[in-house]
Design a binder for this molecule. Structure first.
Ligand code: TRP
Length: 363
């Protein structure tokens, strides 16, 4: 019983925080549009697989938009985060290259956006030591995302899983990012990042604060469900991969489950599978899912699937073409990452110097 109450209380706390964070996000986004040059964005992905349409609409599109607005944009490929909850780095090289190719194909311009990996930037990782001293074990253990990741992994809590939100603070703060586009599940990590920045400045750098206190940027894009109506996730096999072929996509859509009602209607609660197809088509065409449903009506699920296949493949065709070009030129893709890593090292060395200076550790 007591446990149940605690869970509910934690749930309320999360939704209150979410509303406050969303408000802050909207305010900061307004200011960012007025003065993009004053903002540094950092966000990123774990290289655990390929990107899908959910990633595109949920985050990649927004990164490209910020880059093109003139925000100083940075993307971390969080390779050390891969081993927080699994004991293999199998395919990691391919996954990293796959991410870089999808970013570039989606419109990330390596001359404007720095792309880097954890493992190539020692000074970034070294920030972990002073930062760990600024948080308590209780604060780490309270992180709801870490808790659910531990449960999902079926492993014992590793030291890295417990502390990776602090590592994420290193990612964000080494380049002094003040805006961090993320999904809801990463909110606790941005909050601990702010706490670390505040405590560091207060403890060591009262006169000349070293770190900004970044805002989470929470997207307004509707969450795109997987083809079976559940969350789009690689492990459910319900995801449309950006890099899949048109034929693979057609096959996946064809075998996606629907229901026995002939008439197509948009009703996410009662008809999640049909509605997932409509939402997907809506995002790819900019049309309202309700209008698409109306148009298809009695023609049924077969006609709906044909329509979804066409609009998804049309939407992804230019991306896939650019990606195919990049696949033929792996040296270029490697160069992009090497350049990003080189710049990240310069920035991280500079920040670590400031940190040592503030802490009186310059000998
Ligand atoms: N934790 C993020 C995810 O799994 C990836 C990530 C790592 C990240 N470092 C970051 C996101 C810094 C934002 C900022 O999706």
């Amino acid at each position: 019983m007591a446990e149940e109450q605690a869970v509910t209380a934690a749930g309320n706390e999360i939704s209150d925080t979410f509303l406050a964070e969303k408000k802050r996000s909207d305010e900061v986004l307004g200011k960012l549009h007025a003065n993009p040059g004053a903002y540094t964005m950092l966000t990123g992905d774990r290289p655990t697989g390929r990107l899908h349409l959910g990633h595109y609409f949920g985050s990649i599109k927004e990164r490209v938009a910020m880059q093109n607005l003139g925000v100083n944009t940075n993307i971390i490929i969080a390779d050390y985060q891969v081993i927080t909850d699994r004991d293999t780095t199998e395919h990691i090289g391919d996954n990293v290259m796959g991410l870089v190719m999808d970013y570039l194909a989606a419109g990330i311009d390596p001359n404007k956006t720095m792309i880097y990996t954890h493992s190539a930037v020692p000074a970034e990782n070294q920030l972990m030591l002073p930062f760990l001293s600024l948080v308590s074990e209780a604060e780490l253990e309270r992180n709801p995302t870490v808790k659910s990741e531990m449960e999902a992994s079926g492993h014992a809590l590793t030291g890295l899983l417990l502390t990776y939100p602090v590592h994420q603070a290193c990612d964000i703060l080494f380049c002094k990012a003040n805006v961090v586009p993320i999904g809801k599940d990463n909110l606790p990590h941005v909050q601990i990042t702010r706490t670390i920045a505040r405590r560091f400045n207060k403890r060591y750098a009262k006169k000349h604060p070293v770190f900004p206190e970044p805002a989470a940027i929470l997207s307004d894009a509707p969450e795109i469900p997987g083809l079976d109506g559940r969350k789009m996730s690689k492990s459910y096999g319900n995801s449309i991969m950006l890099g899949a072929t048109a034929e693979e996509t057609a096959k996946l859509i064809k075998k996606s489950p629907t229901d026995s009602e002939r008439r197509i209607t948009f009703d996410p609660v009662n008809r999640p599978q049909v509605s997932a197809l409509l939402t997907t088509a809506g995002l790819c065409t900019g049309r309202k899912p309700e209008d698409i449903a109306e148009e298809i009506g009695e023609a049924g699920a077969g006609a709906l699937k044909q329509y979804v296949t066409k609009v998804v493949n049309d939407f992804l065709a230019p991306h896939r073409e650019r990606r195919a070009q990049l696949e033929k030129d792996p040296d270029y893709v490697h160069d992009v990452l090497h350049d990003g890593n080189k710049r990240a090292n310069e920035i991280a060395n500079q920040t670590l110097d400031e940190v040592r200076e503030a802490m009186g550790m310059k000998y």
